[in-house]
Design a protein around this ligand. Structure first.
Ligand SMILES: O=c1[nH]c(=O)c2nc[nH]c2[nH]1
Ligand SMILES: [Zn+2]
Length: 451
């Protein structure tokens, strides 16, 4: 892309860190990652057709051509992953936990889809046993798609959020989530009060923020359903507990935007409803932003907040074409989200493909290479969530990885066996890969799927 994003300079890391002192494993694979942002660095893709990643205690110690790593570490046991593609684990920056069982409500615009599909299901999360089952389905879906970190829209019920954190902890997923809060225009049982939003949020933060791999995200559903009082309670949590993340929705659908305008007559625009409350900052991720104004883009860039682009959801709900070029030109950071259940599944491969299609089809769209798609599905999310130990295979980062190994006889297997380069194989993975091609997933060096 044309405009450098000054907010996330590439990490300068030595090629090899300290020598291992105890058992390390050398993974041999065709691997690809984007240690840099390809929108600002043309040679951002690092592809090794016969690569080696030396991993100890869940951390990558060395990365490069297998032969080089082998010479330096002749005794490390080798795990041979050749025959597929090894990528950094995917990072989904917008996905709804209580909606996994209502994926596929096609054909409705946002507000009708919420009324008819999403909110009735979200009301069921009051039942803790039900919520526990949903948490299993949801996290199984994420990991099964190769996602190792997710910014998750939680539930309106504190017990269901506890259930999510418990399941995330059990499985090892890196998860950032929180209580969803609203006090109008949804359904009565999903409404809360500012005081209760603060009290329940605080209790969850004290239990889960920074516990193991979990972090807390303050989460008003959207300004349409959140009064100034609720937004102020959210801001109070952000002030009282430094290091929290913030997430919500913005500028998704024209009817939604008009309703927000009517509800906040003093606000300059949609972003201003969050901005006035002090909720727009480096740790803010706002989903969709399909219809932003120039002022909103410049304020988002100035505050270094992220727009989570959810192309399958935007297509399924008919929300519109995401103006990626305007975001990049304004210097707004962009990451990728599946937006299950408005989105159509957990695979960030599919989201990457849909992003590619939409940019191809829209006037002034940004041509997206395989490197752009991989970046959006991995490092861009790590940057959005300020998790610098994830997102790529640079030494010093956690070994969060997905091994794509299509079944013999499938078209993707044929492409992998005959691809002229790893980059061609990567393009095919985005074009035709699915969760069925995910053979193994690691988080922090632990195998969480496959063997
Ligand atoms: O895509 C969306 N999914 C949701 O659940 C939602 N809630 C508010 N705005 C929303 N947009
Ligand atoms: Zn959403």
């Amino acid at each position: 892309m044309t405009t450098p994003n000054p907010h996330f300079p590439p990490q300068q890391q030595p090629a090899t860190l300290a020598q291992p002192t105890s058992a390390a494993t050398l993974y041999r694979a065709t691997y690809l990652h984007t240690p840099r942002n390809p929108f600002t660095h043309p040679d951002a893709l690092d592809a090794q057709s016969d690569g080696g990643l030396l991993v100890q205690d869940g951390v990558i110690l060395a990365a490069g051509p297998f032969a080089d790593i082998r010479v330096a570490h002749p005794d490390a046991p080798v795990t041979d992953l050749r025959g597929g593609l090894l990528l950094p684990g995917f990072i989904d920056t917008h996905v709804h936990y209580p909606q996994v069982r209502v994926i596929g409500g096609l054909g409705l615009p946002l507000l009708d889809w919420l009324d008819q599909c999403a909110l009735p299901e979200e009301a069921r999360m009051a039942d803790l046993a039900y919520a526990r089952g949903v948490a299993r389905d949801f996290i199984g879906g994420l990991i099964g798609a190769g996602t190792t970190t997710a910014l998750v829209f939680g539930s309106h019920f504190a017990g269901a959020v506890d259930a999510f954190f418990e399941e995330a902890t059990r499985t090892g997923l890196r998860a950032v989530t929180g209580l969803v809060v609203s006090d109008r225009l949804l359904r009565d049982e999903l409404h809360t009060t500012p005081q209760r939003a603060y009290d329940e949020g605080r209790a969850l933060i004290e239990r889960w923020h920074g516990a193991g791999r979990t972090l807390y995200a303050v989460t008003p559903r959207f300004s349409l359903s959140a009064s100034e009082g609720i937004l102020d309670a959210c801001a109070a949590l952000m002030r009282d507990f430094p290091g929290l993340r913030f997430t919500s929705h913005i500028n998704e659908n024209t009817r939604e935007i008009q309703t927000v305008r009517d509800l906040f007559p003093g606000a300059r625009d949609y972003l201003d409803t969050y901005e006035r409350a002090g909720l727009v900052g480096r740790h803010s991720v706002l989903a969709h932003n399909v219809h932003p104004t120039d002022r909103e883009l410049s304020v988002m860039a100035a505050h270094r907040c992220t727009a989570a682009h959810c192309p399958c959801s935007n297509s399924a709900l008919g929300s519109g074409f995401f103006p990626l070029r305007r975001h990049l030109d304004a210097g707004v950071h962009v990451s990728l989200g599946s937006d299950v259940g408005g989105g159509t599944g957990f695979s960030l491969l599919k989201e990457g493909l849909q992003a590619h299609f939409m940019q191809n089809l829209m006037p002034g769209g940004v041509p997206l290479s395989p490197a752009h798609l991989l970046y959006l599905a991995t490092l861009a999310g790590a940057e959005a969530l300020d998790l610098p130990h994830t997102g790529s295979f640079e030494p010093g980062r956690a070994f969060d990885a997905v091994h794509l190994r299509p079944a013999p006889g499938t078209p993707l297997d044929a492409v992998f066996r005959h691809a002229a380069s790893p980059e061609r194989a990567l393009a095919a993975a985005f074009a035709t890969g699915t969760p069925a091609d995910v053979a193994r997933v690691w988080i922090g060096g632990d195998t969480v799927l496959g063997d």
